[in-house]
Design a protein around this ligand. Structure first.
Ligand SMILES: [Zn+2]
Length: 459
């Protein structure tokens, strides 16, 4: 299909991508083989000869042997936790949080910045063009996002460990971050981020929801992530996380990004489907911790927008395409049949659904969308043959056989951040050397610092 926004001869465009196989979730494999970018938007999709006859491009990308996909959206992560890759790998639930919060208490702003730079580099390398992040020292993450050219929805984690006297200060810090970044960078969307219902006081949850409503900010928190949380919530409130949040009025007139959404009852689902709730499911990370396998089919059947995240690098790689493959396999395992979720649905979850959750006009290859897209190198042994037509294997090959390592070129907001695997906005060598130094100091300090007494770190 050819979309046209103008008919003047030889218009200027900033970037013309030619000879591509264009693939997105709404259309599957497009008939068109070229796309045209002006500023930070895709302005037209069509046949290469046609677009080349009408546009004079500043830059051209020859996408022969490449598939163009919308940029991947990592809908839940803690990007600076690259510092903690492989840390606390042997614990889950309370044990994991105690270990993580101990080492996180040692973090300074520069650690968070360096960790975020490394995480941004990893995501660009793997075709993630936008992400939703939850962490402390969030100004430093924003600084890394600004510098590396990625897009992000950022929330400064608000956490009072159910100590209501701390709620006011935490809320103020979360709001101050959002105010500082609202309208400051066109690639940064601030959000409000209470950590979770089981780690925050009711006062903090209620006030955060009220401030989100008042300021038209979306909320991002962990929801129903494991059996430990479920047990704790039943002990404290006599009900589930979702019902408790509903009773607090948390969902009323708010857009909520719920990370994990793993342990949900039928009643929980009925509540969530009535609200502007988006599930950011991190399948591989939760399987890695032994928390369970999210049933994505069940969430989708309940009418909930489901998007994919990686969680922090302590739990999983930031390679969302690799995570999408695991999500695909896990659904087949769970439902006892192949293609329990079609590859095209998985692609939707990894692209358009995340964009929808964050209210970003991206995730699709169409005129008017932000120019956030990636080129996947299919000219490789593990991605051939590539068959078109009625028996097309293109989507299966992308979801089941590709990983982020196959991403060759990345464009965000119309700017090329990686070209033919060359990183253009980050000096990866320098960033990894800094990450190594910062991580070594933190790990050694954490090993020397006293173990928290039971109840110290956790509610
Ligand atoms: Zn998380």
């Amino acid at each position: 299909m050819t979309h046209r926004i103008g008919r003047r001869k030889m218009q200027h465009c900033d970037l013309l991508v030619r000879n591509a196989v264009l693939v997105d979730a709404p259309s599957g494999v497009h008939q068109a083989d070229a796309l045209c970018v002006v500023g930070n938007r895709i302005v037209e999709i069509g046949r290469g000869e046609d677009l080349a006859a009408r546009y004079r491009p500043q830059q051209t990308l020859d996408a022969s042997g490449r598939v163009v996909l919308p940029g991947l959206i990592n809908a839940h992560t803690h990007v600076s936790a690259t510092l903690f890759r492989g840390y606390a790998a042997d614990v889950a639930g309370r044990g994991f949080l105690e270990r993580m919060w101990r080492i996180e208490s040692l973090l300074g702003p520069e650690d968070v910045y360096v960790g975020a730079l490394a995480g941004c580099a990893e995501m660009i390398r793997h075709g993630v063009t936008g992400f939703a992040n939850h962490f402390l020292h969030m100004d430093q993450v924003a600084r890394a996002v600004e510098e590396t050219g990625l897009r992000a929805a950022l929330s400064r984690t608000m956490l009072d460990r159910q100590e209501p006297s701390l709620a006011g200060g935490e809320l103020a810090a979360g709001i101050a971050f959002a105010e500082r970044w609202q309208g400051r960078c066109d690639r940064i969307t601030p959000m409000l981020g209470p950590h979770a219902a089981y780690t925050c006081s009711d006062r903090l949850l209620r006030d955060a929801a009220q401030e989100a409503r008042r300021r038209r900010l979306a909320l991002h928190l962990h929801v129903a992530e494991n059996a430990y949380e479920r047990r704790l919530m039943f002990q404290r409130t006599g009900t589930t996380t979702v019902i408790h949040l509903q009773r607090l009025g948390f969902f009323d007139d708010n857009r909520v990004l719920g990370a994990h959404s793993l342990m949900l009852s039928d009643e929980d689902l009925r509540v969530l489907m009535r609200h502007d709730f988006h599930a950011a499911v991190c399948v591989a990370g939760k399987m890695h911790r032994g928390h369970g396998i999210a049933d994505l089919r069940r969430l989708l059947d309940a009418g909930i927008n489901v998007c994919l995240g990686t969680d922090g690098p302590a739990s999983d790689r930031l390679d969302l395409l690799a995570g999408a493959r695991i999500a695909h396999i896990a659904q087949n395992y769970l439902h006892g049949r192949p293609c329990a979720l079609e590859p095209r649905t998985i692609l939707h979850l990894a692209t358009a659904a995340g964009a929808d959750a964050l209210h970003w006009p991206t995730g699709r290859l169409a005129p008017g969308q932000w120019a956030d897209f990636i080129l996947l190198d299919t000219d490789q042994a593990h991605l051939r043959p590539l068959i078109h037509g009625p028996q097309s294997n293109v989507l299966v090959n992308i979801i089941h056989y590709a990983t982020g390592a196959d991403v060759d070129t990345v464009v965000v907001n119309g700017r090329i951040l990686m070209r033919k695997r060359e990183m253009l906005s980050v000096d990866t060598r320098e960033v990894l050397d800094r990450l190594q130094r910062h991580a070594e100091r933190l790990w050694h300090e954490a090993a020397r610092s006293p173990q928290p007494k039971s109840g110290d770190a956790m509610p």
